[in-house]
Design a protein around this ligand. Structure first.
Ligand code: S3P
Length: 428
């Protein structure tokens, strides 16, 4: 029988829904909010800023609007979540609220200047509390007056940077234009459009410019009512596992936002047989089902222009290269060095440990495929996507891959190991 799985709600959308619901004029209703550590970090940080976020998230959840935003007392702990730290920095700056943002050791190593610099250019008062360029950062309250108009061209495509600045513009009623070198995920734009915000952004097939023009005052936002689509980044691991195990799989209710579906294009180029059926839309996002059939994989070249659309799936695609014929390569992926871990370094060292030939460049990797059954220990550095990627390799018949930290998947996909078991050899 073909296993049928519904992956948990999209992490990026869940963060944004919690933040935007607090700004809406009235109560929002949301189903399938991701209940995982990263989104819990956002909820806790928002409570510190005065938002009444409920504690239980099963079924249809009411998120109260018109939040009574206040200055945060104490330190707001963003945990492991870069999205929380960067987006809340923009939100608090736009609201003119004081807050100190901090997080775990991994988050303390991730660059913050990319959001602090443009926020300062808008007139926000932000200081580094520890090492320059990193959290903890302190945002100072602004008694009155808006922020300055910002037209920004970030050096790298980053949805966190773009969303941070849009939230600052939204909450302060200030015009913000962001032109990215490539189009990053556009969930903030789609949700804002669904809420009636004065936002324009590129067509589905391109366009890396977004303009928010509130005309001097925070716009009235319609409350949200949606079912959060299944997270394509979580779905990708199960699709990969089905391919490695040579099994059929059906995934239902998966997000099909074109800024996130690059992994399906790469997998099809690798020879995967995946049927995609769009079934509807939620919060301005296309949603649908995926059916995966067993297939032989071959390595491909992932070109730099595609990287923003496969960003979080690159660990998975890289390890699949080990099971494919020929070579899989990716360039233009320097950003992977500043994720929850240095993912390029960890992919290379762990593949090497498993006996897979792998070349590491400053901005990418080349993986030689078909190493035969793999065995060895994987060091994750607490990075959920490294743990899940190598967990996928572990379902290959005859392999013996041990993961040092299986619990770290809790930040994005707490039920991952159970879902993976449905696809493993024993279940076949
Ligand atoms: C995210 C944006 C991406 C992605 C991260 C989630 C978001 O990060 O890697 O997992 O929700 O906006 P960058 O903005 O740093 O590229």
């Amino acid at each position: 029988m073909t296993p049928v799985i519904r992956v948990p709600g999209d992490k990026s959308i869940s963060h944004r829904v919690l933040m935007l619901a607090g700004l809406a004029a009235g109560d929002s209703w949301v189903e399938n909010l991701l209940d995982a550590a990263d989104v819990r970090s956002t909820a806790e940080v928002l409570r510190g800023l005065g938002v009444d976020v409920p504690c239980t998230w099963s079924g249809r959840v009411r998120l109260p609007g018109d939040a009574a935003w206040r200055d945060a007392e104490g330190i707001l702990d963003c945990g492991n979540s870069g999205t929380t730290a960067r987006l809340v920095a923009g939100l608090a700056a736009g609201l003119g609220r004081s807050a100190v943002l901090d997080g775990d050791d991994s988050l303390r190593r991730r660059p913050m200047e990319r959001v602090v610099y443009p926020l300062q250019a808008m007139g926000a008062r932000i200081e580094y509390r520890g090492v320059r360029g990193y959290i903890p950062i302190e945002l100072r309250a602004r008694a009155s007056g808006g922020l300055r108009v910002l037209r920004h061209r970030p050096r790298v495509a980053s949805a966190q940077v773009k969303s941070c600045l849009l939230l600052a513009g939204l909450a302060s009623g200030t015009l913000v234009e962001v032109v990215e070198p490539g189009r990053s995920r556009d969930h903030t734009e789609r949700l804002l459009e669904a809420m009636g915000a004065p936002i324009t952004f590129g067509p589905e097939d391109g366009g890396a410019r977004v303009l928010l023009d509130p005309g001097g005052a925070p716009p009235a936002l319609r409350p949200l009512d949606l079912r959060v689509p299944g997270d394509p980044s979580s779905a990708a691991f199960l699709v990969g596992a089905a391919l490695v195990a040579g099994r059929r799989l059906r995934l239902e209710g998966v997000g099909l936002n074109p800024t996130r579906t690059g992994y399906l294009e790469v997998l099809r180029r690798m020879g995967a047989r995946i049927t995609i059926t769009e079934t509807g839309r939620e919060g301005g996002e296309p949603v649908g089902d995926l059916s995966v059939e067993p297939a032989e994989l071959r390595g491909v070249e992932i070109e730099p222009a595609l990287v923003p659309r496969v960003l979080d799936e690159l660990p998975l695609l890289a390890v699949l290269g080990a099971q494919a014929g020929g070579c899989l390569s990716v360039r233009g992926a320097r950003e992977l060095r500043v994720k929850e871990s240095d993912r390029l370094a960890l992919l290379a060292s762990n593949l090497d440990e498993l006996g897979v030939q792998c070349r590491e460049w400053e901005d990418g990797l080349e993986v030689s495929g078909r190493a035969g059954p793999l065995s060895g220990s994987v060091y994750t550095d607490g990075d959920h996507r490294i743990a899940m990627a190598f967990g996928v390799l572990a379902v290959a018949p005859g392999s013996d891959v041990r993961i040092d930290d299986r619990a770290c998947v809790a930040v994005s996909y707490p039920g991952f190991w159970e879902d993976l078991r449905l696809l493993s050899e024993e279940a076949a």
